[in-house]
Ligand binder design. Structure first.
Ligand code: G
Ligand code: G
Ligand code: MN
Ligand code: NA
Length: 250
């Protein structure tokens, strides 16, 4: 239909681009990576959020072309960053049913010249991971190749702990809904502390999303959270601005 055609045209024209949100190492408060977040810059100047086009891309199968386009651009952008800066990239759960996903990702990395060790794949834990065995095989192949696998939006899906015990993850990203509200809600803060503790126990680093205040940052650092992300450090910005963030003292 019309929406599908508009999305297809936008992908072909390269109007959907990765923006970059900084990820901070809480041990030294320096940028250690960027999460690529898709933005559709329409011709009328309106910027469309991924929540408004990723579901359609998934339904129509356009997610394949969209991912190829976004990851290609993101790898090229990451090649201009210092070698210790990681690129985090979101993959839709349905893509974990594609046996060729690993090959596709490695081909894009190789074409851009980006070492697999500089890529982190973020996977939202959701009930959409129907075939756990296929997903486990794909994730295993990616990890063997040296790619980091992060469990995204941790705490929001009802099967998160099951995924944590059945699949291997290198990082846990704590959903921002727990972090953003914990200044006024002691309970939320206790939940975050428990998740950070889970990470410490499993020897898996944790990233807190949605850090907006200095108090939240101090509390998370005190808990032993490894990485942080949120408006306190910066929103997702175009590639040129991300490069400036890296070259200016922070
Ligand atoms: O940038 P924003 O907070 O609106 O992103 C909302 C969600 O959209 C993110 O949490 C992420 O899960 C998803 N998302 C953003 N970019 C991409 C992308 O390139 N591919 C996929 N599959 N999901 C993305
Ligand atoms: O991959 P994921 O769905 O977690 O993407 C993170 C989303 O959260 C993005 O859409 C981004 O714009 C949003 N976000 C990032 N930092 C903050 C923050 O500090 N506060 C709020 N409210 N949203 C944030
Ligand atoms: Mn994410
Ligand atoms: Na998230």
């Amino acid at each position: 239909d019309r929406d599908e055609r508009a999305l297809r045209d936008a992908i072909t024209a390269g109007r959907i681009k990765p923006f970059y949100q900084p990820i901070i190492d809480l041990s030294d408060n320096r940028i250690c990576g960027f999460e690529a977040l898709a933005r559709w810059e329409r011709e009328d100047g309106i910027v469309v959020s991924p929540g408004d086009f990723i579901p359609l891309a998934e339904e129509t199968g356009l997610i394949l072309e969209l991912t190829e386009s976004l990851l290609t651009t993101a790898c090229q952008d990451a090649m201009t960053w210092p070698g210790d800066i990681l690129l985090s990239f979101n993959i839709s759960p349905i893509q974990l049913q594609d046996p060729l996903l690993g090959v596709r990702i490695l081909r894009i990395l190789s074409a851009a010249g980006l070492p697999p060790s500089r890529l982190e794949i973020e996977i939202t834990e959701t009930a959409l991971i129907q075939d756990v065995r296929t997903a486990a095989t794909i994730l295993g192949d990616l990890r063997t190749a040296g790619i980091t696998i992060a469990l995204d939006d941790f705490g929001t899906g009802y099967s998160s702990l099951a995924h944590l015990s059945n699949l291997s993850f290198d990082k846990i990203k704590i959903d921002r809904s727990f972090v953003s509200s914990f200044q006024d809600q002691e309970r939320q803060e206790k939940i975050v502390k428990a998740i950070v503790g889970l990470g410490i126990g499993l020897d898996v680093p944790t990233t807190a999303e949605g850090i907006e205040t200095a108090n939240q940052l101090a509390s998370l650092t005190g808990m032993g959270c490894t990485y942080g992300q949120g408006y306190l450090f910066g929103r997702a910005v175009p590639a040129a601005e991300a490069a400036i963030m890296l070259s200016s003292p922070h």
